[in-house]
Write a protein that binds this ligand. Structure first.
Ligand SMILES: NC(=O)c1ccc[n+]([C@@H]2O[C@H](COP(=O)([O-])OP(=O)(O)OC[C@H]3O[C@@H](n4cnc5c(N)ncnc54)[C@H](O)[C@@H]3O)[C@@H](O)[C@H]2O)c1
Length: 423
């Protein structure tokens, strides 16, 4: 984001506690793309953009740190990305659940109070998530809807039905940001972001920084790697692409460069003082099976041999559901998708292929064992082939070889255990 905004002439300051590196290490993972140290990244930034960004290493839950930053910078806009973004991480146990909620909610509260006291005219662009809405059996509006109840009408926040402690932390944030706009007269855009994917954060390939120290990270562990990241990493090391359960869960997705474009559009078009607005930020919706098939098709076009398999779903979520969210506000501001999923997937696989060994050495972290019921057990395969023996090192390739797949992207037929029990 700092690179994207700087390249467009903005002066950028930032704060980060460096938690992401610690969380991924705690999960036994590491970024598939090597990540330089913070100092090296700042040096590379300075060489590329002719200015060194003002970066504070600090914790947003420390009120004094946040106030000091606001006093130094007096921001015109704040893009607030600084939260723990992982549903599985928040579901590990009570300590992780409480830590994620405190981290996310307290950090945002400090930002809201610092805005009130030191930058009341600033515009907060706050990262929420489409996961706040859950999967209601209704179309999903952008934040608010008109409702008639017992003969009276009102415009109310659309009910949220989050599916993890992490997602609930984002719901609580949304309520707090909305309330702060009302009582402090702040202005905010709450961005309900879909799943972001990709490795190239500029819309034009020519702008992709040559220096690897400026590249983004890409995690593939169960907590910090999204399904698409995992599918791409699985493809490049010859592991099966693992779908959770039926794979019919539908979600909204957008490439990282278009996330940058949307957030910049929000920054450049602030709402009026006192306004709290909500943008649903995604480009297209896909089921997880459709995603896996897309990755498999692109990967096999590049000479890889992807296979798709189903594993037990460690989450409690609806696997068959209605999903039709609105997303009109950003196009109304001028948002135009720059890259389609196939070209983005090709770029991701090209970027990952040189790091096959680095990914393969950490293949154990690809299969989930954090379960929504609070237990910790590696998900078993649900299709006919022999289960992967996670205890003896997940993903040695043997399970993939025993699967009977002739066509790339074809999924083994399965009997859903829950449906089977219901019959
Ligand atoms: N990546 C996605 O697909 C996605 C989808 C929807 C919403 N979001 C939201 O976007 C935001 C960024 O997500 P991301 O995937 O880029 O995550 P990320 O982990 O890469 O970025 C979050 C950054 O915030 C920092 N951070 C966290 N808590 C902090 C604190 N208390 N003080 C200082 N720094 C702190 C972390 O160190 C990390 O660098 C999050 O708010 C997330 O909920 C992400």
């Amino acid at each position: 984001m700092a690179q994207y905004l700087t390249a467009r002439g903005h002066e950028v300051s930032g704060i980060d506690a460096g938690f992401r590196r610690e969380w991924v290490a705690e999960m036994g993972g590491r970024s598939a793309l090597p990540v330089a140290s913070v100092e090296e990244r700042l040096d590379a930034f300075e060489s590329a953009y002719d200015r060194r960004p003002h970066l504070v290493q600090g914790d947003l839950t420390d009120k004094d740190v946040v106030y000091r930053l606001f006093e130094d910078v007096r921001p015109e806009a704040i893009v607030h990305l600084g939260e723990c973004p992982s549903a599985p991480y928040s579901m590990i146990d009570a300590d992780h659940a409480i830590w994620v909620q405190r981290n996310n909610i307290e950090g945002t509260m400090n930002v809201l109070y610092a805005m009130r006291d030191l930058a009341p005219e600033a515009h907060l662009v706050k990262l929420g998530t489409m996961g706040e809405y859950g999967t209601p059996n209704l179309d999903i509006p952008e934040g608010f809807f008109e409702i008639e109840y017992r003969g009276r009408r009102d415009r109310l926040p659309f009910p949220r039905q989050a599916g993890s402690w992490y997602h609930w932390s984002k719901v609580h944030d949304s309520n707090n940001v909305m309330f702060a706009c009302r009582i402090f007269g702040l202005r905010a855009t709450d961005v309900m972001q879909g799943v972001v994917y990709g490795t190239r954060f500029f819309g034009s390939a020519a702008d992709h920084p040559a220096d690897p120290a400026l590249h983004t990270r890409l995690d593939f562990d169960q907590a910090f790697g999204t399904a698409l990241n995992r599918f791409c990493c699985q493809s490049v090391i010859g592991e099966p692409l693992t779908l959770f359960g039926l794979g019919n869960q539908r979600r909204g997705f957008l490439p990282i460069c278009d996330s940058m474009q949307c957030l910049t559009l929000a920054v450049d078009n602030p709402p009026e003082a006192g306004d709290y607005r909500v943008f649903n930020q995604f480009e297209e919706t896909y089921t997880i099976s459709e995603l896996a098939a897309k990755v498999a098709a692109v990967a096999s076009g590049m000479g890889l041999d992807p296979r798709i398999r189903r594993i037990e779903n460690p989450r409690k979520e609806m696997e068959e559901h209605h999903y039709n969210p609105d997303h009109d506000h950003l196009p109304a501001l001028g948002y135009q998708p720059t890259r389609d999923m196939d070209s983005e997937l090709r770029a991701m696989l090209e970027d990952l292929l040189p790091h096959q060994d680095r990914i393969a050495a950490k293949r154990d972290v690809l299969l989930p064992d954090i379960r929504w019921d609070g237990s910790r057990r590696r998900s078993a395969f649900l299709d006919k082939a022999a289960s992967l023996d996670a205890g003896n090192g997940a993903g040695t390739g043997s399970a993939a070889e025993t699967a009977n797949h002739d066509q790339p992207g074809q999924v083994e037929p399965m009997v859903d255990p829950v449906l089977a029990r219901a019959r």
